[in-house]
Every structure is written in structure tokens, then in C-alpha cells.
Ligand binder design. Structure first.
Ligand SMILES: [Zn+2]
Length: 106
């Protein structure tokens, strides 16, 4: 089983899982339970919901779809990176909270 996509929130993860399934790729969403605990747990990419592909033969195709999906998303809604006021980490524009310390976007 291989992780092919890290989502911003559970809805995003399920949306992409649906795209994979429409292509006949068996996929799974993991990390949803951790998403609710983000306030307490250290926030890393491992605590965001992610989409996993069951069959390793599908990984290349799934990664290509993930690239396309992410591109389409940013094209529709461009978001610049921002710097966290609390820990000064540079955070990608699609995140509304700092992935390093969990502080909300200013
Ligand atoms: Zn921070």
C-alpha cells in the first residue's frame, strides 16, 4: 500500500479517492481520525488525511492523477505561501494552519 496524496482536509481526501475509484484504482483514506486532534497533536504531514493506493501497480497512474488534481485545484484558487507568526515557518498557501506549530493563518 502506497501513499499518493496528502489532503488538506477529509473532504479533499475523499474527493480524490473518488477520482481514483472512477479510474478503477482501489484507494483508501487514512489519518481522518487524527485530523480532529490537530489542536493537541504536533501537526505534520503525517497528521493530515492522506489517500493510499492498495495495488502498487496503480501507484504511477495514481501519482499522475494526483498531480493533475492538485494543479487543477491551485489553478482555480491560487494561494500564496505565508509565514507563520508564531514559529516563522513558511507554510504552503493551501493550508490555513501552520503545519509546524498549528497556529492559525494571520
Ligand atoms: Zn507555526
Amino acid at each position: 500500500m502506497t501513499r499518493v496524496y496528502v489532503a488538506r482536509h477529509p473532504t479533499d481526501a475523499h474527493l480524490f479517492k473518488g477520482i481514483l475509484e472512477a479510474q478503477g484504482i482501489e484507494a483508501l483514506v487514512r489519518g481522518e481520525a487524527l485530523f480532529g486532534a490537530r489542536g493537541e497533536a504536533p501537526v505534520t504531514f503525517d497528521t493530515l488525511p492522506s489517500v493510499w493506493v492498495m495495488d502498487d501497480d496503480d501507484v504511477d497512474r495514481a501519482r499522475a492523477l494526483a498531480d493533475e488534481y492538485a494543479k487543477g485545484d491551485t489553478a482555480a484558487e491560487p494561494r500564496p505561501t505565508w509565514r507563520c507568526a508564531a514559529c516563522r515557518e513558511v507554510v504552503e498557501g493551501q493550508f490555513s494552519e501552520c503545519w509546524q506549530c498549528g497556529a492559525t493563518r494571520p
